[in-house]
Design a protein around this ligand. Sequence first.
Ligand code: FEO
Length: 171
Amino acid sequence: MLKPQVEDILVKQIEKEAYSSNLYLAMAVWAETNGFAGVADWMYAQADEERLHMLKFVKYVNERGGKGVIPAIEMPPVNFESVLDLFTKTMTHENFITESINEIVGVCMEQRDFNTLQWTQWFVNEQIEEERNVSSLLDKLKMIGDSGTLYFFDRDIMAIRAAASAANAAQ
Ligand code: FEO
């Protein structure tokens, strides 16, 4: 049985993961309607991953005797300035999510809930990976600037996604 403090922070994370999914969906729509098919593809895949994260929290809370409450979700932004703006905001958001995962770790330690602490480790690792991926895309973007060469970035990111899908399929 989860302690109320642990259940409470896990339920709050359901909302954050659901918002993340919708935020990346909104970014995918912006990219798709502005001619960046590769960026859109990356964002759609990211949105799917965030939905899976949300489901992991829902199911864990339910399995441990709590209730994974499904929240109302704030509307994400519709307009972005550029592809660089999109990924800068993605990085800021992932830093925020990392911070909230760290808060969960803190509550688990305070409450001596070592099962949930161990379970949360998957998300600690996932955040390291997500921040690394976004950071390397941001580095590329800063190198090329918001210029005509964005066409090549769009093709590049499409190739990265295709390689990731192939690697997943092979697992
Ligand atoms: Fe579910 Fe990107 O954090």
